[in-house]
Design a protein around this ligand. Structure first.
Ligand code: ZN
Length: 160
């Protein structure tokens, strides 16, 4: 098993151990009351893969999203509620296998600390519906130095 997968497996089993009954992670609460939908409603709106990421803070397989190779100008919007989250101008090739950005659009996302792995990470989610998008790291390119590592299945692309 590659080291990274081993760490991920270790992290998630530890996370499950510590969080006990809450191991079925819930997404962050929607800030907009109109988007505080029940889980049954989300299941109806989303594909199973998008539901797992957006509503249960899952992580898609790297290199699995067609948005990795998306290079047209446009906007990446939340797959849950269509709020614009990233401009194509801030997208770059990080080599990680997940769509990566160095800057979100204003008011697009909110963050929280995530202790699922041994080292705390900064989770971020859609500021409107609370759907999980990814994690932000400090090894991105200039000018921000940030890497927003996003699950492609949690986004839709709007060219233009
Ligand atoms: Zn959203």
């Amino acid at each position: 098993m590659p080291r990274r997968n081993l760490l991920l497996a270790l992290g998630s089993s530890l996370g499950a151990f510590f969080s006990g009954a809450a191991s079925a992670e819930a997404a962050s609460k929607a800030q907009d009351p109109a988007w505080q939908l029940g889980e049954a409603d989300w299941k109806k709106r989303l594909s199973p893969a998008a539901y797992k990421v957006l509503r249960q803070e899952g992580t898609e397989r790297p290199f699995s999203s067609p948005l990795n190779g998306e290079k047209r100008p446009g906007t990446f919007v939340c797959a849950g509620c269509a709020l614009p989250l990233f401009s194509s101008k801030a997208k770059y090739e990080s080599g990680t296998g997940w769509p990566s950005f160095w800057q979100p659009l204003p008011k697009g996302i909110a963050t929280k600390l995530d202790f699922k792995l041994i080292v705390p990470r900064t989770e971020y989610h859609c500021s409107r519906c609370g759907g999980h998008q990814g994690h932000v790291f400090d090894d991105g390119p200039k000018p921000s130095g940030k890497r927003y590592c996003n699950n492609g299945v949690a986004l839709n692309f709007k060219p233009g």
